[in-house]
Design a binder for this molecule. Structure first.
Ligand code: COA
Length: 393
């Protein structure tokens, strides 16, 4: 056997991180990085976030069009009714919550996996498409309930049951804080949720489609996507932005702290993006919202942003690094009453909607993802070493 003989079929070698490679077709959303623009099914996503409700964007992603007022009301009623946990899950949550600190995505993915089991999710190949679509909406409706209840249990508080009479964002804040939020807080959190529902082929969306492409059930899809989202290069960034602001501490320390971090080779949390090579439009709207909320942190965050962008241009010329969605996300969420530990879990609650729209699209025209890797190890086939004493087969 001669491995070199296989060179006739030598594959195309994609760049690291699949940068610039298109790996699927989608009608869900797209990001035009040089223009600083992204859209949901063709509609400017920032405009939807400015003017609409979570239910509008959710309906658009799942049903293909923006709803009429009547359709929105009916959809909002339908999803509010789906907030109830399936039998057997509430009893598991205290034990799951004890395993990790409040806000843990590890706890959330364990709970989602259990929920999908309790809902009877099967490999989508073994159930009807209608059942899969219904489970996709139900899991998206339940995710905020799991996130909020796990948070309260892990922080030693009683759970707050969801209220079907509250809209998505009011109910989310209510389940976490125990109080129906004021209009400003609801408005702020809702902008964040709508801005982050979907964003092209980001890491966790890609993950969700890869898992779905094997025919796996939606519990497997969502727990895998949550794993991808939890990483600091993806959804794990916003709390780390706060850690960075805390570590900088005072305005005078911004320049020396950031310079040292960049020179050391650290990635500044909340800066840079694979696709945006200009200002991230999500960051712009969140910055506006943070100013409207008169967050105590906003002026300091602005100073850090300006200093970081200037230093990144000086020390990393040509890389075009600007604040991304995560930079002002924490400022907005904190000012709206959400604890820092819940930033990434909140992101998960909105992004699951994008994952589900993508997965349904994948299922509609599926081919299993099965790429290649360039083998770079010792030449094959190798001689077995004389010292190897195989056991009995
Ligand atoms: C988002 C991110 C993962 C994109 O990664 P990517 O497209 O693979 O970009 P790269 O890591 O190849 O970065 C390209 C160059 O810019 C630099 N760079 C990218 N983001 C940086 C950051 N936040 N701080 C400092 N330098 C950064 C890299 O060091 C690299 O420099 P080099 O050419 O000297 O090696 C990356 O920018 C990052 O880790 N940002 C911080 C985490 C974050 O905010 N994540 C949330 C994303 S919405």
């Amino acid at each position: 056997m001669n491995a070199a003989a296989d060179l006739a079929t030598a594959p195309y070698e994609a760049p690291a991180g699949l940068a610039g490679v298109s790996v699927a077709r989608t009608e869900v959303s797209d990001v035009l990085g040089r223009l600083g623009f992204y859209h949901y099914r063709g509609y400017n996503a920032v405009d939807i976030a400015r003017r609409g409700r979570v239910e509008d964007a959710w309906y658009l992603l799942m049903r293909g069009e923006l709803p009429t007022a009547e359709q929105r009301e009916e959809f909002a009623r339908d999803i509010a009714a789906l907030r109830e946990l399936p039998a057997g899950v509430a009893e598991l949550l205290p034990a799951i919550a004890r395993l990790s600190p409040p806000g843990s995505l590890a706890s959330l993915r364990t709970a989602v996996s259990a929920t999908a089991q309790a809902m009877g999710c099967q490999p989508w190949t073994d159930q009807s498409d209608a059942e899969t679509a219904q489970q996709a909406i139900r899991l998206s409706a339940i995710m905020p309930v799991l996130a909020a209840q796990l948070f309260r249990l892990a922080s030693g508080q009683d759970v707050v049951q969801p209220r079907a009479d509250l809209g998505y964002s009011d109910n989310y804040l209510y389940m976490i804080t125990g109080t129906v939020p004021d209009e400003r807080s609801r408005y702020a959190v809702e902008r964040y949720l709508m801005l982050t529902i979907d964003h092209g082929f980001n890491n966790s969306t890609f993950t969700s489609r890869v898992i779905a492409s094997s025919g796996a059930d939606l519990g497997a899809v969502v727990s895998g996507a949550l794993g991808a989202l939890s990483g600091p290069f993806h959804g794990g960034a916003p709390a780390r932005v706060f850690d960075m602001l805390d570590a900088i501490g005072a305005p005078d320390n911004a320049e020396p702290w950031l310079r040292k971090a960049i020179e050391r080779g650290d990635k500044l949390m909340g800066f840079g993006h694979r696709i945006y090579k200009t200002v991230d439009p999500r960051s712009q709207l969140l910055h506006e919202v943070a100013r409207e909320l008169r967050s105590q942190r906003v002026e300091f965050a602005e100073l850090v942003e300006q200093t970081a962008v200037r230093l990144l241009a000086e020390l990393k010329p040509g890389r075009e690094l600007y604040a991304n969605v995560e930079f002002y996300a924490g400022v907005v969420l904190e000012a709206a009453g959400l604890p820092r530990e819940m930033f990434t879990a909140t992101f998960a609650c909105s992004r699951i909607i994008g994952w589900m729209a993508n997965v349904l699209e994948q299922i509609d025209d599926n081919r299993i993802f099965r790429p290649l890797a360039h083998y770079d190890g010792p030449a094959a086939p190798r001689e077995f070493p004389a010292c190897w004493q195989p056991g009995q087969p």
